[in-house]
Design a protein around this ligand. Structure first.
Ligand code: B1M
Length: 220
């Protein structure tokens, strides 16, 4: 089992989706995340073990390399693709309750802002690390965040903004969330924001990158 999950972790780390995938060149003609996940399930490996000891370590390695500028957006997207392909096999087990996720993370790009590439990377990385992700998309107002929080008790929220004109909307959204469901933890990120801004608007945590969000969620 260890060898199989080790191979699966490598598929996620290097973005090897399936046997037919020519990427990455050093894994050409080898099985990818698709086949290995199927084989592991058919061989009786617990879906939770596949997630925790195969997919998540691979995604964590990508997150760290991305933070250290050792890989870039395209590689992360390939890893996320490999991860999503594997998750298609695992989803039925999670939905049936046979396997447990670590918690729920609600994410959206704030009102007025249509940039979603960074937000999607955060969502993929968080999902890849064992959390259920509720992605509200872009241009999300406080009402939508609050409705999602009420549907997902105990969820942590992530706000993303890429514009200096929309980062200010984070303050209103955070304060409305805290008014409606005071115990909710709000994380923020995106190119124009920083730790001081996070403190100023009353949010709980600023992460400069997806891995920072994962580390916060794992610690809390
Ligand atoms: Co826009 N845009 N854009 N744009 N765009 C920027 C952000 C800009 C810096 C370009 C520039 O002028 N140099 C500038 C903002 C200037 C400012 O506010 N100071 C800008 C502008 C002005 C605009 C428009 C207003 C342009 C116009 O119409 N006049 C317009 C606004 C539309 C709107 O949102 N209402 C606009 C539109 C667009 C496109 C639609 C064309 C497209 C978006 C496509 C899409 O997202 N689907 C676009 C793009 C692609 C960019 C740039 C080129 C790239 C952004 C990106 O995806 N980066 C950008 C310039 C640049 O950054 N070079 C620019 C890659 C991505 C992986 O990084 O999103 O920073 P990033 O995410 C990072 C971190 O920030 C962090 O993790 C990610 C990975 O490390 N992170 C989080 C992000 N969210 C997080 C949340 C977290 C934690 C970490 O916790 C919750």
């Amino acid at each position: 089992m260890n060898e199989l999950l080790g191979k699966l972790a490598a598929c996620i780390e290097f973005g090897k989706v399936n046997l037919a995938s020519p990427y990455p060149p050093h894994m050409k003609d080898q099985e990818g995340a698709d086949e290995i996940t199927r084989r592991a399930l058919d061989g009786g490996v617990d879906p939770q073990d596949i997630l925790y000891f195969g997919l998540m370590p691979g995604m964590e390695r990508v997150g760290i390399k991305f933070r250290e500028n050792r890989v870039f957006v395209p590689q992360v997207l390939m890893s996320a693709r490999a991860m999503s392909t594997a998750m298609l096999h695992l989803k039925p087990y999670f939905l049936s309750g046979a396997a447990r996720q670590k918690g729920t993370y609600i994410i959206g790009t704030v009102l007025g802002d249509l940039h979603d590439i960074g937000k999607n990377l955060v969502a993929m990385m968080v999902e890849g690390n064992g959390y259920k992700v509720v992605d509200l998309g872009t241009d999300v107002n406080s009402e939508k965040f609050i409705a999602a929080i009420k549907e997902n008790t105990g969820a942590v929220v992530g706000l993303s903004a890429l514009l200096t004109t929309t980062m200010v909307n984070m303050q209103h959204i955070t304060s409305e969330i805290k008014k409606a469901v005071p115990e909710t933890l709000v994380t923020i990120g995106g190119a124009p924001v920083n730790h001081d801004f996070c403190k100023k608007i009353g949010a709980d945590f600023y992460a400069p990158d997806p891995q920072g969000v994962v580390e916060f969620l794992n610690k809390k």
